[in-house]
Design a protein around this ligand. Structure first.
Ligand SMILES: Cc1cc2nc3c(=O)[nH]c(=O)nc-3n(C[C@H](O)[C@H](O)[C@H](O)COP(=O)(O)OP(=O)(O)OC[C@H]3O[C@@H](n4cnc5c(N)ncnc54)[C@H](O)[C@@H]3O)c2cc1C
Length: 402
């Protein structure tokens, strides 16, 4: 009797799981259910080229429609899964459909964290997670004069960079004391702060939003005791993992669905992959990663395990962000106590920051510095020790450092 795998979530991880299951010779049936009205698409361009208008919508899709037919994957779009009946091994869809499974993959991703202050429902306030969000934001860019970006993280800063190209006045309101504080080191934060200021972006730190102002629509943002005039706002204050159906089904969850190195949840026939999961990384730290790399790699490992070929997931995490002419590439997960080594001069807009922990390269942040990023990633994977003075010396080519 052939097995049936149901995948909940038609995003980066769900799509990858279909591809890997078939590549690994899984012969049973596959059903993928997604709550968006689209086939799986890539999100990174949403805050970059798609928002800018230089990338067509068709190019967002991860696979052509024929891929799902060729992979004999039944697709159900625009229908949320509302619950899991673990005893009966069934998922229940919002339209009443009941799908039986032998194995289940949860690849439900995250949703935006909503801001809870007075006026948060005023027209003119935007979030960015989906195609629909950009399709609402882009026309607003054409008519607006001033954009308030709430949250100086990746999404907020990428949107700020695009908005400057639309010639909008941009004000970033950040509750902490530096940009991208959760994700990058202080030197990299300082560099990006300066790059945005040079591009004409106004940035206010230690400035938490207290309320949105306006009668029929947004006219300003009250933050840090002042009112900043704005006719649109983009709120980018993080995401929340979509794990409610997993929690209700009694799966072990804590800010994400807990999975082991084979992406197995606390139920041996239920797997999870991507942004919705929390796992122990290669150093034993419990992490929830929000990245394309993690979604793809966890989906591959979940598919391998579902196909009966488990292989431990221990990849080096990597991430990127595009702002103006600056490509930021990060490998590894930095920690506050790491020693840091600067290679190159930030003023040249091409440099890297290496993070050293217990004598080994633990992470690299590279700005317009592909060799530093690529070699750094390998050094991290190898657990290599490199004398800091060699890493810092730009006269020594990166490729000779490996
Ligand atoms: C604007 C933006 C820019 C980004 N830029 C970068 C970048 O530069 N680099 C990078 O590495 N990462 C970036 N990311 C993050 C990256 O896109 C995510 O890490 C990745 O999409 C995660 O894949 P996933 O499959 O886990 O989740 P998703 O791709 O979000 O897919 C999950 C899908 O499941 C659906 N779903 C949820 N609950 C249910 C349910 N109950 N029933 C049915 N369907 C459900 C969701 O609606 C969604 O369609 C960006 C994200 C955004 C939003």
């Amino acid at each position: 009797m052939l097995e049936r795998i149901v995948i909940v979530g038609a995003g980066q991880a769900g799509c990858q799981a279909v591809a890997t299951l078939r590549a690994e010779g899984f012969e049973g049936s596959i059903v993928m259910v997604g709550d968006e009205p689209f086939a799986p698409y890539q999100r990174p361009p949403l805050s970059k080229t798609y928002l800018m208008g230089t990338m067509e919508r068709d190019r967002l899709f991860l696979k052509p429609d024929a891929f799902y037919a060729d992979a004999r994957c039944e697709t159900i779009f625009d229908v949320p899964v509302v619950s899991i009946n673990r005893g009966a091994r069934q998922v229940i869809c919002a339209d009443g459909r009941v799908l039986s499974y032998d194995k289940l993959l949860l690849a439900t991703g995250t949703r935006v964290r909503k801001i809870k202050v007075p006026g948060a429902d005023l027209p003119g306030i935007h979030y960015l997670r989906s195609i629909a969000d950009v399709d609402a934001l882009r026309p607003a860019f054409q008519s607006a004069k001033t954009l308030a970006v709430v949250g100086g993280g990746y999404i907020g800063l990428e949107v700020a960079a695009v908005a400057r190209k639309y010639d909008l006045k941009v004000v970033v309101l950040e509750a902490l004391d530096r940009v991208m504080a959760r994700a990058v080191s202080k030197p990299v934060s300082a560099f990006y702060e300066q790059a945005h200021r040079e591009a004409g972006v106004e940035i206010h730190f230690n400035t938490a939003v207290e309320a949105f102002e306006g009668e029929a629509r947004l006219t300003g943002v009250r933050a840090g005791g002042k009112v900043f005039a704005a006719d649109i706002a983009l709120v980018g204050i993080g995401v929340v993992p979509n794990c409610e159906i997993a929690i209700e089904a009694g799966l072990d969850c804590s800010d994400g669905i807990r999975v082991d190195r084979n992406c197995v949840t606390s139920d041996p026939v239920i797997f999870a992959a991507g942004d919705c999961t929390r796992h122990h990384d290669r150093h034993g730290d419990l992490v929830r990663l929000e990245s394309v790399q993690n979604a793809i790699d966890q989906a591959k490992h979940a598919a391998l395990a579902m196909a009966g070929k488990p292989k431990d997931y221990a990849e080096v995490p990597w991430f990127w962000s595009d702002q103006y002419d600056l490509k930021l590439q990060i490998a590894g997960l930095a920690k506050p106590d790491d020693a840091i080594v600067l290679r190159g001069d930030p003023a040249s807009r091409k440099f890297a920051v290496f993070h050293i922990r217990a004598g080994k390269v633990a992470a690299v942040e590279a700005v317009n510095a592909a060799p530093e990023y690529l070699v750094g990633r390998k050094l991290i994977a190898d657990g290599a020790s490199v004398p800091p003075e060699r890493l810092a010396d730009t006269a020594i080519p990166m490729k000779t450092i490996v």
